[in-house]
Design a protein around this ligand. Structure first.
Ligand code: TYM
Length: 344
């Protein structure tokens, strides 16, 4: 039994339109975790500054992603919903952890390489450092579980490495300050379910991503029924009908992706979907999928539209969430200062 109290933390960047990948890989899971754990959900506005941003867009996207949290069913009375920049301890702990993390570790991060592209010399230092701030987000609450999509796996491994190195490097001081043999838990990634990596509707080998230039590659949470129908109709498929078992999906990335989306939305496994839909032509399966997507997204979309007209309500949730988050983060940061020998 770990000495750390189980606590869930996760974050979403306020950049662009949220899509079905964000919903199935993260938001839907966030909602589910509330049944079993205390949860902290954060709109990571500081992370959204790493690739260059427009201030007005950042502000509106922060409110929009916060509204999406609420619209999906996160309960801000029971759990904590806030935006990262309200709690300065994230950035303060990130600095301390910058001095723990190694250049070599960050040099291996594939997301930095993807985002920096060919012109790496011109990437911001913030983009390079991004995973350390992410580690700080989690560790400043000493959170134990982190629901994320598959693309965040490497960042979570880095967070564990940083926590472990901090515990090792300062073991003596940690014990002297009364924290026993470890100050930080090693946060566990929760990457579960049939849709941890939702792929582009245009190319089943590419991740569904906000930065894809083709709008037909993704379903946005805010897409209306007609748009969903059109995008699914145009989604790439192959000529064969659906198989009745999962083995039949190998080498059929587009079919695999659509079955995964169906399963994720309908709380089924891919096997269960295929047991029911095996043998169907894509035309029929696509109609069923469109209906399902619309049924699941319509209420979320309607609530987001309502909340967009109530920015004061959203801001009040973030302000209150920020205060509650700080109550947890402040003493953790104070203990880190003591452990590190920073006079306070
Ligand atoms: P972000 O904002 O890119 O994505 C938010 C969440 O959505 C998941 N996701 C996907 N899941 C399945 N299929 C996809 N195609 C897909 N695309 C995105 C992501 O895995 C993520 O869970 N670095 C994080 C934000 C962050 C964070 C944290 C997360 C900052 N600090 C601390 C957890 C803990 C990010 O950029 O996610």
């Amino acid at each position: 039994m770990s000495k750390f109290k189980e606590l869930v933390f996760s974050g979403v960047q306020p950049t662009g339109n949220l899509h079905l990948g964000n919903y199935l890989g993260a938001l839907k899971r966030f909602v589910e975790m509330q049944a079993t754990h205390p949860c902290i959900y954060c709109v990571v506005d500081l992370h959204a500054m790493t690739t260059g941003h427009d201030p007005a867009t950042l502000k509106s996207a922060t409110r929009e992603v916060s509204a999406a949290f609420l619209a999906c069913g996160i309960d801000p009375a029971k759990n904590i919903v806030f935006n990262q920049s309200r709690v300065p301890e994230h950035a303060e702990l990130a600095w301390a952890l910058d001095c723990v993390a190694r250049m070599g570790w960050l040099n291996r991060m594939t997301q930095f390489k993807e985002k920096a592209g060919k012109d790496r010399e011109n990437a911001s230092v913030g983009l390079f450092n991004y995973p350390v701030l992410m580690a700080a987000d989690i560790l400043v609450y000493r959170a134990t579980h982190v629901p994320v999509g598959d693309d965040q796996k490497q960042h979570l491994e880095l967070a564990r490495d940083v926590a472990q190195k901090f515990n090792n490097d300062f073991a003596e001081s940690i014990a002297e300050n009364g924290h026993g043999d470890a100050f930080f838990p090693l946060p566990e990634p929760l990457i579960q379910g049939p849709a941890t990596r939702v792929m582009s509707l245009r190319d089943g080998t590419k991740k569904m991503s906000k930065s894809d230039p083709s709008e037909y590659s993704l379903i946005a949470i805010m897409d209306d029924a007609d748009t969903v129908a059109q995008k699914i109709r145009k989604a790439k498929t192959d000529a064969a009908p659906l198989p009745s078992e999962i083995a039949g999906l190998s080498n059929r990335p587009e079919a695999d992706n659509l079955v995964g989306i169906f399963a994720g939305l309908n709380d089924q496994t891919k096997d269960q979907v295929l047991a029911e839909q095996g043998g169907a032509q894509f035309s029929a399966f696509k109609s069923a999928l469109t209906e399902l997507i619309v049924a699941k997204l319509a209420p979320i979309r309607a609530e987001m539209i309502r909340l967009a007209k109530a920015p004061d309500h959203v801001d009040a949730v973030l302000a209150q969430g920020g205060e509650r988050a700080r109550e947890i983060a402040q003493p953790v940061w104070a203990s880190v200062k003591d452990i590190l020998g920073l006079v306070r």
